[in-house]
Design a protein around this ligand. Structure first.
Ligand code: UDP
Ligand code: MG
Length: 276
């Protein structure tokens, strides 16, 4: 844990303060049987020129397809893999949170199993971290293979979230990001039960920066984020970060009470006038 308060976000980068050697990849998996062979192949190819990536943490979020078996078969003989399996589907955000807590490295990179977050960008993130940053998030400059609806709702969500929470989360970022050990430790101390990973990490402070990238299309399989899950994430994130909904409910209640009072007075006066 750092000595400085976690909210000190504007400190200049200082690469000399902590160890910046080893890196883990944290990858949540939910029914990713079609992606897994491609994923492991790509990760291994990437690691062959990134010896600093010594851990790959796979969190199976209660898959009901062949994911658990494939994970075992594909990674058993490979060094550095850690696999955790949830007893049921707890959701992507909790899978990422569990994955982070299983890492032992100096930094970790959170990425999706479908390789929409390109591994080449991970190199850039690691380079920025070595310059002294604690959080390096991916900024989506372009999205391929996503419907206009998904792009539109995502854009709307980030703007609504900012308005609701007054928290300055960078626009068009997902959970694809590198976090340093001190960020992981601080994040863990929060102990959130319904975490909104990107919001919490943004809120923690430290030295944060972004790298732009083109978000590729999912390589295989289908999205595991149907509208229902997206809406749930949007709602939990806003409710856990903002008291505006509560305030709005209170104002609405007060407003209604005030209006009813005026109505009551009006009725009373009308009755008095009418009765004289
Ligand atoms: N995921 C998960 N639990 C879920 C849904 C998704 O762990 O309940 C994982 C999924 O396997 C993938 C990542 O979260 O690694 C992002 O999911 P997906 O690519 O389907 O979302 P999208 O890119 O369509 O928003
Ligand atoms: Mg995806």
């Amino acid at each position: 844990m750092p000595d400085a308060a976690p909210l000190a976000s504007s400190l200049p980068p200082d690469a000399g303060d902590v160890r910046r050697e080893t890196v883990a990849l944290v990858i949540p998996l939910f029914n990713e049987e079609e992606m897994l062979p491609i994923l492991i192949r790509e990760v291994e190819a990437f690691r062959s020129h990134h010896p600093d990536i010594i851990e790959i943490v796979l969190v199976d979020d209660g898959s009901s397809d062949a994911t658990p078996r494939l994970v075992r078969e594909l990674t058993d003989d490979l060094p550095g893999y850690r696999v955790a399996r949830f007893a049921r589907n707890f959701g992507h955000q909790l899978a990422v949170t569990a994955g982070l807590s299983l890492t032992t490295t100096d930094a970790a990179v959170i990425l999706d199993a479908d390789l929409q977050d390109p591994l080449s960008v991970v190199s850039e993130m690691i380079a920025k971290w070595r310059q002294g940053y604690d959080v390096v998030y991916g900024v989506r400059a372009e999205r391929e293979g996503e419907t206009a609806f998904k792009r539109g709702t995502a854009a709307g969500f980030y703007r609504a979230f900012r308005w609701m929470t007054d928290l300055d989360i960078p626009l068009d970022t997902g959970d694809f990001r590198l976090v340093s050990r001190r960020v992981i430790d601080a994040y863990e101390k929060l102990g959130e039960q319904q975490p909104f990973v990107r919001g919490l990490i943004s809120w923690l402070g430290f030295n944060q920066t972004g790298v732009e990238y083109r978000r590729a299309a999912r390589m295989a399989g289908e999205t595991k984020y149907p509208l229902r899950k997206m809406l749930k994430l949007a709602l939990t994130s806003m409710l856990s970060f903002s008291d505006k909904p509560l305030r709005m409910a209170a104002y609405l209640g007060l407003g209604t009470a005030a209006l009813s009072f005026v109505g009551l007075l009006y009725a009373l006066i009308a009755w008095l006038i009418g009765s004289t």
